[in-house]
Write a protein that binds this ligand. Structure first.
Ligand code: GLC
Length: 648
């Protein structure tokens, strides 16, 4: 029920709105549906503050201006998206993350490469941060000094708008980041804070001495323990300590101050009206801090995300939200919302648990830890989706629970040590080439850097010029991608992986990057090399064709839409990951062998299809396979996978 006061706020603002009645009715409906929750969430967070009423009214003004500034083209696109059930869960979507400069050059150069993207079959692009960020202190663009100015390294706002229009005309989708948790220390707000303006010091967490920082740091983990230990930085210009959870040049915004929310909503609406289809909220786990806690994933961080979701949904209902929380399997589910906010907080989250347990399985030839983890991952609510990925621009954290490892019959400490050794060159039997990232001797934690191909063994295989090892590494990387493509969620390829890009060690010669080995897996695309993709006998050609095939198979089968239609199976062989995807008229059985030995699968797995024999189509090889009796077994080779559909 809409509260009378909110109704009068609505009437007042609707009067001044121009545009079609049809669109306005939609807005009205969404306002009526959401505004009481908006008010309650807002009051929970800010109601006790003297300026809360004034700022609430400002938030509503912003919401309506965002709507009136939204183009008819985008409003029509919103309407089309809403006609579908969960447009963002569709099997038609496949994404790619890329750095504009390292992939192509400037924004117009990306536009020239859209045919390459289409040739691959990708129709959703995550452009890595491209708003202004100091070149010497940018954290790959995640330290923003101006949220509305495109960094001149990439071009300008017009170029971005042009690219967006081109993409939409080709039926493509766009994802951009909002770096909500912090700004660069060169952002205007930080500069004003440094100059002593109290208003802007209140935008950040500033303390006159170490007493509170010391108390807080006691409970706060370190994100970059090697390159940026601690969580506070002394700023001599203002003689204060500022909270800087990531690098010292990334100052944490203080969302306890509602002015910060208003200021950041302004940026969010700006991105919405640029035509962003999926907004990636960077580091949402960190957006609310309380003394005496880890300052991560706090209840108010979730409330704030729910509030942002609703504030976006009213004027821009076609913009989905991805919460980039890289947290454990139980914690990640909270980002999809709980109770009455179930499926009404973040539409997407990164499936970091699946990703990490895939790397676990690849190193051990054993999927039992993954199976344990999937019991939790599988609880994701209908109407939300995963971003599935084997690699991204960040490191691989082994962030699943110890009990999952124990339940798989292993010792958690020894097991994690083995994985870190396996991927960082410390284990002599491993073909993987990667490195430890964020190693913290205080708690023995470390994550892993390295490109998909190098971690799968391609770099070492090329060095030793071993054709069989080259083939094995290609099979491994295809296996890893296949799980991302078929298990439920939108696959997001990291640019370069579609060509089998190896680690690039040139970052070591650049002082602005050498302290951060994540740059080893952020390639600069060599387009001469990339042109080999048309020749299937080259590595680039083989890997590219495999990605094309994965995308095609996904698009051709409705069962791969993410509609709570993944059923995990437990086969006797621990080496095999298996699940069934279903739609109204189709069942697709997926089997992935993570080990270096041939395994056997009992034909009884097909019992759910009814009485056999069964003839199924294997989608990867496009061949029919006969299964005659539930008493029989069939072979699956090392690192092979089957995608078996009953629709032939
Ligand atoms: C996210 C980004 C990462 C960045 C961090 C700080 O985790 O993915 O690259 O370093 O946020 O903004």
């Amino acid at each position: 029920m809409l509260r009378p006061r909110l109704l009068s706020e609505l009437d007042l603002r609707l009067k001044n709105l121009k545009g079609s009645e049809d669109f306005k009715n939609g807005l009205k409906e969404r306002f009526i549906a959401n505004s009481s929750d908006i008010e309650d969430l807002y009051n929970d967070l800010y109601g006790h503050l003297p300026n809360s009423k004034k700022l609430f009214s400002q938030l509503l003004d912003q919401l309506f201006s965002a709507y009136s500034e939204r183009s008819v083209e985008l409003k029509t696109r919103d309407k089309d998206k809403l006609k579908e059930d969960y447009w963002f869960c569709s099997e038609q979507l496949t994404g790619m993350s890329l750095y504009v400069d390292r992939f192509a050059g400037k924004l117009p150069d990306v536009e020239k490469k859209l045919n390459y993207i289409e040739e691959l079959g990708v129709n959703f692009l995550h452009l890595m941060p491209l708003f202004e960020s100091p070149k010497d202190a940018s954290d790959g663009g995640y330290a923003v000094s101006d949220f509305k100015r495109v960094d001149e390294r990439f071009g300008n706002l017009k170029d971005l708008q042009h690219l967006g229009t081109q993409m939409r005309s080709k039926g493509m989708y766009l994802m951009l980041d909002i770096i909500l948790n912090h700004t660069s220390d060169r952002h205007e707000w930080a500069q004003k804070a440094k100059a002593g303006e109290k208003k802007y010091q209140d935008f950040y967490y500033c303390y006159p001495d170490r007493s509170i920082p010391d108390l807080m740091e006691y409970h706060m983990p370190e994100v970059f323990p090697e390159s940026a230990p601690g969580n506070f930085t002394y700023i001599h210009e203002m003689n204060q300590w500022v909270m800087s959870v990531f690098h010292s040049y990334q100052w944490d915004l203080n969302f306890k101050n509602p002015e910060v929310l208003v200021a950041m909503m302004d940026n969010i609406y700006f991105y919405a009206n640029l035509g962003v289809d999926i907004l990636r909220i960077d580091a949402p786990a960190f957006i609310w801090k309380e003394q005496g806690t880890s300052c991560q994933g706090l209840p108010n961080a979730h409330k704030l995300l729910q509030l942002i979701k609703l504030l976006v949904e009213v004027p821009a209902p076609g913009m989905a939200i991805l919460g980039e929380a890289i947290v454990g399997p139980h914690q990640i589910l909270e980002y999809f919302g709980k109770g009455r906010f179930t499926a009404h907080q973040c539409d997407f989250a990164y499936n970091a648990t699946q990703m990490a347990t895939q790397w676990d399985a690849l190193a051990t030839g054993d999927t039992r830890v993954m199976r344990e983890a999937m019991k939790v991952v599988d609880l994701k609510p209908l109407g939300t989706s995963w971003i599935n990925y084997s690699r991204c621009h960040d490191d691989i954290g082994l962030g699943y629970d110890d009990y999952m490892i124990s339940n798989a019959g292993k010792d958690p400490n020894l097991h994690r040590k083995y994985l870190k050794d396996y991927y960082s060159g410390a284990f002599s039997g491993s073909p993987s080439k990667g490195a430890l990232f964020g190693a913290n001797p205080k708690n023995n934690d470390a994550r892993i850097s390295g490109s998909l191909a190098s971690l799968c063994g391609l770099e070492a295989a090329l060095e030793s010029n071993d054709p069989q090892a080259i083939q094995t590494s290609i099979n491994k990387l295809t296996l890893m991608q296949a799980q991302s493509f078929f298990s439920g969620g939108i696959p997001l390829i990291f640019y370069g992986d579609e060509l089998g890009s190896l680690n690039d060690y040139s970052y070591l010669n650049d002082a602005s990057k050498s302290y951060d080995n994540r740059w080893m897996h952020r390639p600069i695309i060599d387009w001469d090399k990339a042109s080999k993709r048309t020749n299937i006998d080259t590595i680039e050609g083989s890997v590219f064709e495999r990605h094309q095939r994965l995308i095609r198979i996904r698009k051709e089968n409705k069962a791969f839409a993410d509609l709570k239609n993944t059923h995990w199976l437990t086969l006797n062989s621990p080496a095999i990951c298996s699940f069934i995807r279903t739609s109204e008229d189709q069942s697709v059985f997926c089997f992935l062998n993570y080990s270096n030995e041939t395994q056997q699968i009992p034909e009884s797995v097909f019992n759910s299809l009814g009485k056999g024999p069964h003839q199924l189509k294997e989608l990867w090889s496009n061949q029919l396979m006969e299964f005659k009796s539930p008493l029989n077994y069939f072979d699956i080779k090392p690192y092979q996978f089957y995608i078996l559909s009953n629709k032939i």
